[in-house]
Design a protein around this ligand. Structure first.
Ligand code: SF4
Ligand code: SF4
Length: 338
C-alpha cells in the first residue's frame, strides 16, 4: 500500500500558492508512467519518481483579447509566453529547492522544456499538459490544450517530478466539464494543423481522452511567423511568405527563421531575448472555454464591455462576430447529447 505524507502535501501546496501558482495539483507518477511513451515518462526523467508537482500561471486575458482583434500580439508573446516561461522557471527553481532541502530528489524542469536536439521534435522532458490532467486540475480540450475550470486554456503549466510521497489527485476531470465541442480552435487554425478525423486517443487513469492530432510542421510554419496566412489582416502580420520546404533540414530551418523571416519578428525576438516568442496561438486565443472562463470571472456589468466576443479576426482577415456554438462532431466526440 502506498504511504503518503499529507502534511508535506499540504505544505507543498501552500508554498506553491505563496510562489504565485494560480492552480496547483499533484499527479501520481504511476498514472503518467502508464499513459506516456518510453523516454518521456516521469520514471525516465527521475528514477524512483513518486509524484509530479504541477503549478500554473494565468495568462492575462487582456493579452489574448487584444490579439483576437488583430491589434497587437506583443502582449501575448511576452506575458503569455516568453516572460511567463521565465516566471515558471522561478517557480520550478524555488519548488525543487524546497523539496531537495527536505531530502527528496526533484527535477527543476525549465518552463520551456523542449530541448534542442531532442529525439522527438516538439517533445520536452515531460508533458506539462498530461501532468496537469493527471493532477486532476485540467482536462484536454479537443484542441489538445489542457483546459481548467478557472481559466479554460488561459494558463501555462510547469511539472516537476519528485520522489516526495505527495498525495495525488483523487480523480481526473471529464473533458466535457471544460470543453463544449465548439471547434473554434480548429476552425481558426490557419494551417489545418489540428485534425480530428480520427482523433488522438490518450488513456490515462482509466479514462479515454480524445483530442486533435497535431501536424507539427504545419504548426511550426505558422507559429514561427513564416506565412502571411497566420494572422491575415492583423496589424502585426508578417510581411514575407518564406518559401516552404518539404521536410527541411536543421540548416534550412535556421535560414528560414533568422535570414528569411519578417525583420520585425527577428528584431523583436533579439531585442527582448525572448528565445523565440510564437506569433500564432490562434487555437488558444479563440478557444471559447478561455473566453467563457474570463466572462465568468468578470463583474456582471463588465461582461459586455471591451472584452465582448464581437469583432474578432477570422482566418480570411475579416473582422466578424464570433459566436461559438458546439458543433455536432465535437459534441459526439465528447459524448454530449445533441
Ligand atoms: S498554434 Fe496556430 S498553427 Fe499551430 S495548431 Fe494552433 S492555431 Fe494551428
Ligand atoms: S475551442 Fe471549443 S472545442 Fe476547442 S478546445 Fe476550446 S472549448 Fe474545446
Amino acid at each position: 500500500m502506498t504511504c503518503y505524507d499529507d502534511n508535506l502535501t499540504g505544505v507543498v501546496r501552500m508554498f506553491a500558492g505563496e510562489l504565485g501558482s494560480s492552480i496547483t495539483g499533484i499527479a501520481d507518477a504511476g498514472i503518467l508512467n502508464e499513459a506516456l511513451e518510453n523516454d518521456f515518462r516521469p520514471e525516465d526523467v527521475l528514477p524512483g519518481c513518486r509524484a509530479v508537482v504541477v503549478m500554473s500561471l494565468h495568462i492575462p486575458d487582456g493579452s489574448l483579447e487584444i490579439m483576437r482583434r488583430g491589434k497587437s500580439n506583443y502582449s501575448y508573446n511576452l506575458f503569455g509566453y516568453a516572460y511567463l516561461n521565465r516566471e515558471l522557471d522561478f517557480l520550478s527553481y524555488r519548488m525543487s529547492n524546497f523539496l531537495e532541502e527536505r531530502g527528496y530528489a526533484t527535477v527543476p524542469v525549465p518552463g520551456r522544456s523542449c530541448s534542442i536536439g531532442a529525439r522527438r521534435p516538439g517533445y520536452g522532458m515531460i508533458s506539462f499538459r498530461h501532468a496537469a490532467v493527471a493532477a486532476g486540475i485540467a482536462a484536454f480540450g479537443l484542441s489538445g490544450i489542457a483546459l481548467t475550470r478557472e481559466f479554460g486554456c488561459r494558463q501555462r503549466f510547469i511539472a516537476l517530478p519528485t520522489t516526495a510521497p505527495l498525495r495525488p489527485a483523487g480523480h481526473l476531470m471529464e473533458q466535457a466539464d471544460v470543453c463544449d465541442g465548439c471547434l473554434e480552435c480548429i476552425s481558426h487554425c490557419p494551417s489545418a494543423a489540428l485534425r480530428l478525423s480520427p482523433p488522438h486517443e490518450c488513456l490515462m487513469g482509466g479514462k479515454t481522452f480524445k483530442y486533435a492530432r497535431s501536424m507539427l510542421e504545419a504548426c511550426r510554419v505558422m507559429h514561427s511567423g513564416l506565412s502571411t496566412d497566420v494572422w491575415k489582416g492583423a496589424q502585426f502580420n508578417p510581411n514575407v511568405d518564406v518559401p516552404m520546404i518539404e521536410d527541411p533540414t536543421p540548416e534550412q530551418k535556421y535560414s528560414q527563421l533568422w535570414e528569411q523571416r519578417d525583420a520585425r519578428i527577428r528584431l523583436l525576438e533579439h531585442s527582448e531575448s525572448t528565445f523565440g516568442a510564437t506569433i500564432c496561438g490562434r487555437c488558444m486565443a479563440f478557444c471559447s472555454a478561455g473566453h467563457r472562463a474570463m466572462q465568468n470571472r468578470l463583474r456582471p456589468e463588465e461582461q459586455t464591455s471591451g472584452y465582448a466576443d464581437s469583432q474578432v479576426l477570422h482566418t480570411d482577415g475579416a473582422l466578424r462576430d464570433l459566436n461559438p456554438k458546439p458543433r455536432r462532431l465535437g459534441k459526439e466526440l465528447l459524448g454530449i447529447k445533441c
